[in-house]
Design a protein around this ligand. Structure first.
Ligand code: GLU
Length: 416
């Protein structure tokens, strides 16, 4: 097995952060400061379930670094959440905010639970309980949560309501990804997918592939994957494969995306309706121009990286490719747009939402899109330039761009 592929997501993230800081010439102390979140809270949340019994859930909130500004990042609800994963995710949020130049550091939260098996009422009580447990640590100028895997605008609304009750004033800037009527932003729901489409456009231009001839395979049909399939289909590309947790669908002539979106449930499940499905692993190796892992971590590894047929891989999920697989893909000349760059559309529009909440003045969808476009095209260019001029892979280039702002901020503050 490749030496780095046994590392968990936290250790492999630390390794690349260390490399990026060394390449930029920062001292080891800077790495000591950034290798772990500066604050990590573990909470136990008792929830009265519908059968009358109390179940106690474990949750986390990590604040990676606030040298630049308040920390920012989503809360995921998933049975596989671990402390190390939340820590790694908070570091990735710091990197994302650095790459797209937002005035934030990274934060992240998670609760070990399976929302697919919980009722609406149970989810509401869990969401409110989580906010009560972390309320001392978060706030519009401290740490601003948002949606992530299996959380949505309804969950954000309950969290906002709980926080506003505790603080005794309405605080829309406490959380982003809210419903529009509660101060959410136009374009937030589709922002991650929109950002990925902008990244795909930039990558296609670098490879001289016209969008209309491009074949795309998307792993995952959740918030990012499903909107992305719709947008790529509408733009004239051929979406040849999609998948959910249960399996994958493939048609070399292009899938009927509208039909699939129509039949999809709120957790992104659709393949159960079909026979002869492929596996998620098989999807990754299908013939296509663009492969988009938009599901979970560690999907492209040293075991399958040699067999990836796409010439462009755009990571809409957090952490889908291991370090060793990154090396293999890069050596094979595949253009990899790494997670911390490719999936940053969500947090960019979250920032726009927070700005609108602070101003009490709301923008049109066109304004949101044109600002998002400008931010992401600049971010892609700055990472691509470091990749070509410093001769480093795209992931290391993205980390180098991402750590610079927080390292400079830490230095000006006199921390290092
Ligand atoms: N959870 C999303 C991410 O991983 C969005 C975070 C945010 O909007 O703050 O980037």
């Amino acid at each position: 097995m490749a030496e780095t592929d046994h590392l968990n997501v936290l250790n492999s993230t630390q390794l690349i952060v260390q490399k990026a800081l060394a390449k930029l010439g920062y001292p080891d102390e800077m790495y000591e400061l950034f290798k772990e979140p500066m604050r990590m809270l573990t909470v136990r949340i008792p929830v009265r379930m519908d059968d009358g019994k109390v179940k106690v859930f474990t949750g986390y909130r990590a604040q990676h670094n606030d040298a630049v500004g308040p920390t920012k990042g989503g809360v995921r609800f998933h049975p596989d959440v671990t402390e190390d994963e939340v820590k790694a995710l908070s570091i990735w949020m710091s990197l994302k905010c650095g790459i797209v130049n937002l005035p934030y550091g990274g934060g992240k939260g998670g609760i070990i639970c399976d929302p697919r098996e919980m009722s609406f009422g149970e989810l509401e009580r869990l969401s409110r309980g989580y906010v009560r447990a972390i309320s001392q640590l978060v706030g519009p100028t401290k740490d601003i949560p948002a949606p992530d895997v299996m959380t949505n605008s309804q969950i954000m609304a309950w969290m906002l309501d709980e926080y506003s009750r505790i603080r005794e004033f309405d605080s829309p800037g406490f959380i982003t990804g809210k419903p529009i009527v509660l101060g959410g932003s136009q374009g937030r729901e589709t922002a991650t997918a929109k950002g990925v489409t902008l990244m795909i456009d930039q990558a296609l231009q670098k490879r001289n592939i016209p969008l209309k001839e491009a074949k795309i395979a998307i792993q995952g049909f959740g918030n990012a994957g499903s909107y992305l399939a719709k947008m790529m289909h509408e733009a004239g590309a051929k979406v040849v494969a999609i998948s959910d947790v249960y399996g994958a669908l493939y048609d070399e002539n292009g899938l009927d995306i509208e039909y699939l979106l129509d039949r999809r449930d709120s957790f992104g499940t659709v393949t159960k309706l079909f026979k002869n499905t492929l596996t998620n692993k098989e999807l990754l190796e299908l013939p296509c121009d663009i492969l988009v892992p938009a599901a979970i971590e560690n999907q492209i590894t040293h075991e399958n990286a040699e067999r990836i047929q796409a010439s462009i891989v755009v990571e809409a999920a957090n952490g889908p490719t291991t370090i060793e697989a990154t090396r293999i893909l890069t050596e094979r000349g595949i253009l990899l747009v790494p997670d911390v760059l490719a999936s940053s559309g969500g947090v960019v529009v979250s920032y726009f939402e927070w700005v609108q909440n602070n101003q009490g003045f709301y923008w049109t969808e066109e304004e949101v899109h044109s600002r998002l476009h400008e931010v992401l095209v600049n971010a892609f260019e700055s990472v691509y330039t470091v990749h070509t001029t410093r001769r480093v892979d795209m992931r290391l280039a993205a980390y180098m761009v991402g750590v610079r702002k927080m390292a400079e901020a830490a230095r000006f503050r006199g921390w290092i």
